[in-house]
Structures are given as C-alpha cells and as structure tokens.
Design a binder for this molecule. Sequence first.
Ligand code: ADP
Ligand code: ZN
Length: 303
Amino acid sequence: MPLYGGIEAGGTKFVCAIGSSPDDIRATIRFPTTHPAESLRKACDFFRHYMREQHVTLDGIGIGSFGPLDLNPNSSDYGKITSTPKQGWAFTDVRGAVEAGTEVRTAIDTDVNAAALGEGLWGAAQGLTDFVYLTIGTGIGGGLIIDGKPYHGLVHPEMGHIALPHDLQRDPFPGNCPYHQDCFEGLASGPALEARWGQPAKTLPEAHPAWELEAHYIALGLQNIICVGSPQRIILGGGVMEQHQLFALIRQKVQTYLDEYIHTQSILTGIDDYIVPPGLGGKAGVLGSIALAMLKFGYQAAA
Ligand code: ADP
Ligand code: ZN
C-alpha cells in the first residue's frame, strides 16, 4: 500500500499527516503557523523522521496551502504563496521548501481545493463531479471542482473576495478586508464578526442577531456561486460554520433569494442535501492534501 503525506498549511495552524485514507492515518502533527522557515522546517522534519524510523519512502506529499498561490507550472513562482498580507509569508516558496526538505515529490493546490478533493473522495461530495467547498473562518475561500478536477483558470478562484450588496442602513460595519473593505470576506469572516459585534464570534449566543445577518451574507455569496459555478452541491466548513444554526438560515435564504429561478429539485426541495457540512469535519484539509498527492501520483479511483 503506497503511503502519502499531506500538509494543511493554514494561516493559523499547520496540520501534517501520513497515510492512504481516513481509516489509515499512520502519524499526524499539528502546530501553530509561525515564520515560514520555522513552520516549513517542522513539517519537513516530521516527514523525514517518519521515513527514517519506519524505513519507508512516501509516494508523494500533497500541500493544501493558504494563498494566494502561483499554481502555473510554467511560472518561475510556481508553488509560491504570492501577495499575502500575512507577515513574512509573501513569496514564500512552500513547494520548493518541502521538496528540498523531504526529497519527496509534491502536489500543491489551494487549501480549499485540497479540502474539496478530500470531500469528493471520502466525504460529503462522494460521487459528484462538480461541487464547491467553501470555508468561512479567519478568511473566506472556495475550492471549485469541475469534472472531478480542481479548477484554477487564470490563477484560482477567490470566492471570498466577491462583491456583495451592502445595506449600510441595516449594517453600518464598513467591512475589514484590507483590499476591498466590504467584500464577502470583509463582511462575513470570523474576524469581521468580531469587529462588527465587539466580541469573538465564538462567544456570540445562538439567538444573537449576528447570525441572521451572517446567514444573509453567506446566502448572497452562495447565490453568486450557484449562478456562476452551477455546483451539484456546496459544502460549508470553517470555524464560523461551527454555529450549526446557520445552516437552516442559509438554506432558507438561498431559496428565497434565488426565488425558484434555478429550476432543480436539489435547490427547490432537496436543499438540506445541497448545502451541507463537511463529511470529514475538521480533517477535510489534511485528508484533502493526502488526496491531492494520491490523485497526482498514481492513485486510480475504482471506477
Ligand atoms: P482558519 O480559517 O484560520 O483555518 P478556522 O476555520 O477555525 O481557522 O476559523 C477561525 C475563525 O472562526 C475565527 O475567526 C473564529 O472567530 C471563528 N470561529 C471559530 N470557532 C467558532 C465558533 N464555534 N463559532 C463562531 N465562530 C468561530
Ligand atoms: Zn476582499
């Protein structure tokens, strides 16, 4: 059984694992994201140590990273994080550092594309070819799978930075995206919730009006995503979606905003199975990174 490595490289934490499926995870490590050199060294040490102790070679390491990333294999910046505002991380060569530090071949994609792949292989999108994994946490980001493959296009989708209608009368909070102020992420990320309401999102009670407004923005975001990407299902993950009461609010608002225009039973009557939490829970990122390596290096899905 070939073994793969996975790195979920997040802005807040790194999670690394070795295995071949959710039922076969041989080792894991997690640590807070610090400086690039230190974080990437810790990740490489974990894989090197395992290979040395177990006398095995990994067939590949998948990296699902925060971004933006350069994913054009012909670019001199391929595999680098590019214009991130995250201190010290702009133009970090994540892929190069992992290959040099482990001597294992790598596959790299966005954190959300990796999570989407994992959900497709083992989670809430099994059997689907076209779907979205959207995370609502420190930031907002979406992975888009088209025809079974992560979609990149020119760069890669940046679903967190779409523009949404913002009624300043109803919600005077100006938004906190450093680039666009009141884009989707600027209005609806965890830090935006905290800035708007003056307390951490986690501490806002279930009945707080924050959640009605949050569901409104997420439903507007999904309306745009559904109209552009036409996904067969949307998986909503990330820390903010730990507020499970959001799901019912979002589903109902998506139906209201689309107003039966998109004529499919998935949305008209089956919305509970259309907008869903991740099947892999909090492990979607790291398992998805393993899936990324498996799909690039040899794994053949049983047809
Ligand atoms: P990251 O986006 O950094 O990978 P998460 O997806 O866990 O990490 O998102 C962290 C964000 O989610 C924080 O801004 C936090 O306020 C918010 N968050 C975490 N847990 C909860 C919760 N139970 N309820 C509401 N918001 C939460
Ligand atoms: Zn933005």
